[in-house]
Design a protein around this ligand. Structure first.
Ligand SMILES: [Fe+2]
Length: 387
C-alpha cells in the first residue's frame, strides 16, 4: 500500500530509555527536572514485589524526598485519582514517578492533570481537553502490554456510571519512560498472557486504524511479529529474560503505534465491558478480538493480509476468504495457547447487558478510528458473538 505523503502526520513519544536496569536512572531524570520531592505512585502488588522500596531507595540516596501513594486498584477509579492529587498537593511534591502496570500509570497521569488544573478528573473526559501542563512525569512499566508509559491515553473508571472514560491528549504523554524488562520478572503467566494479548490488540488495531500512517505502521507490524513468535514461549517460561525483553520491546512498539494511530472497536467495546464489570482490560480485549477482526475484515482486507503475514502466514496464492480464515485461526490458536479462551458469558455478561454496553462503546473515542463504521446494532451483534 502506498501513502499520500502530502498528508500531515504527527508522532508523539516520551524520551525512552529501553533496557535492563533502565529503572535505576530514575534519580538522574528526576534531578534533571529539579525534583526536591517526588510523588511515587504504585499499587499494593508492585509494592509487595519490592519495586517501590527499590525506587524510593534510589531517589532518597540522591537526596530527593519521596511520598508514596499506593491507593490504586485495578481499573483506577475517579476517587483514587482525586485522593492522590490531594496528597500530591498537601505534600508539596514537584515531580511524579509511577512504577506499575496500566492502573498506577493511568492514575499518575490523572493525578498530574488534576494537580495542574485544580478540578475534578471528570472534567477532562475526551480528546484534547487539557489546557495546563502536568508536572514532570517519569513512568516505569512493570507489565509488557498496556503501554501507558508511552501513550497519549489515560483511562479512568467512573464507578457512578459503571463506565471507563478515555482522556486522549499529547499532554498525557509522560516526559520519560524507563522501560526495563527486569521489572516484568514478577509477572505471573496469566498476567503475562493478558498484557501480551492487549499489546497484540494495540498493534492490530493501530495497523488497521483510519489514523494509521507510515510512522505507526512499522512499529505495529514489528510488534505483531514479535508477539506472535515470543508470547507463547514466554507464558510457558516466564523466567526467560530474553523472551521478556522481546515482549517488552513489542509492547513498546505497539504502544507507539496505537498512541499515534489510535485504536478501534475492540478497545471501545472492552472499555465499556471493563467499566461495567471491573474486569481485567487484557482479558476483555482477548475475548473480543477475533469477533471484531471478522466484523472489520472486508473494510481493510489488504491491511489484514499484512497482519496475517506478520503472524507468519504465507499468504501468497491464497484467496481473500482463505487469508481471513487462516488469520482468525491463528488468533484463536494463540489465545488458546496462552490460556485466554473464556467467553463473555463466563465473566457474568448477559444478553440483557448488551444494549447498555453497546451504548457506552459507541461513545468511546476509539470507535472513531475503527476501519468499519459501526451502528449500535453492529456493536450489539459483535458482543452477542463473543457471549
Ligand atoms: Fe489496551
Amino acid at each position: 500500500m502506498s501513502y499520500d505523503i502530502s498528508a500531515l502526520r504527527k508522532f508523539v513519544s516520551p524520551e525512552i530509555v529501553f533496557g535492563a536496569g533502565s529503572r535505576k536512572a530514575v534519580a538522574n531524570f528526576a534531578s534533571n527536572f529539579g525534583a526536591r520531592h517526588v510523588f511515587l505512585v504504585s499499587d499494593p502488588g508492585v509494592e509487595k514485589a519490592g519495586w517501590v522500596t527499590e525506587i524510593v531507595d534510589i531517589l532518597v540516596t540522591a537526596g530527593i524526598r519521596v511520598t508514596v501513594f499506593t491507593g490504586v486498584s485495578p481499573n483506577p477509579k475517579v476517587d483514587e485519582v482525586m485522593a492522590g492529587a490531594e496528597l500530591y498537593r498537601s505534600s508539596e511534591c514537584d515531580v511524579i514517578v509511577a512504577i506499575g502496570g496500566g492502573s498506577p500509570m493511568d492514575c499518575a497521569k490523572g493525578i498530574g492533570i488534576v494537580s495542574a488544573h485544580g478540578r475534578s478528573i471528570l472534567d477532562f473526559e475526551g480528546v484534547d481537553t487539557i489546557t495546563s501542563p502536568s508536572p514532570p512525569m517519569i513512568l516505569i512499566p512493570t507489565t509488557a502490554g498496556t503501554s501507558a508509559d508511552v501513550s497519549q491515553f489515560a483511562i479512568i473508571s467512573d464507578p457512578d456510571r459503571r463506565f471507563k472514560f478515555s482522556i486522549i491528549s499529547k499532554a498525557v504523554v509522560p516526559d520519560v519512560a524507563l522501560i526495563d524488562p527486569e521489572v516484568t520478572e514478577t509477572m505471573d503467566a496469566y498476567l503475562t498472557a493478558c498484557t501480551g494479548v492487549d499489546a497484540l490488540v494495540h498493534a492490530i488495531e493501530a495497523f488497521v486504524s483510519t489514523g494509521s500512517g507510515p510512522l505507526t505502521d512499522t512499529n505495529a507490524l514489528e510488534a505483531i511479529r514479535l508477539i506472535n513468535r515470543n508470547l507463547e514461549p514466554l507464558v510457558r517460561n516466564t523466567a526467560d529474560a530474553h523472551l521478556r525483553e522481546q515482549i517488552m520491546l513489542a509492547s513498546m512498539q505497539a504502544g507507539l503505534a496505537f498512541s499515534n494511530a489510535i485504536l478501534g472497536a475492540v478497545h471501545a467495546m472492552s472499555h465499556s465491558l471493563g467499566g461495567f464489570l471491573d474486569l481485567p482490560h487484557g482479558l476483555c480485549n482477548a475475548l473480543l478480538l477475533e469477533h471484531v477482526v471478522a466484523y472489520n475484515y472486508t473494510s481493510a482486507e489488504e491491511r489484514f493480509r499484512r497482519v496475517a503475514e506478520a503472524m507468519d502466514i504465507d499468504t501468497r496464492g491464497m484467496s481473500k476468504p482463505v487469508i481471513k480464515q487462516r488469520l482468525m485461526e491463528r488468533i484463536v490458536a494463540l489465545k488458546s495457547a496462552v490460556g485466554l479462551e473464556a467467553k463473555l458469558a463466563k465473566l457474568g455478561v448477559t444478553t440483557s447487558d448488551i444494549p447498555y454496553l453497546s451504548g457506552f462503546a459507541l461513545q468511546d473515542p476509539c470507535i472513531l478510528t475503527n476501519p468499519r463504521k459501526s451502528s449500535r446494532r453492529d456493536v450489539e451483534v459483535v458482543y452477542e458473538e463473543a457471549l
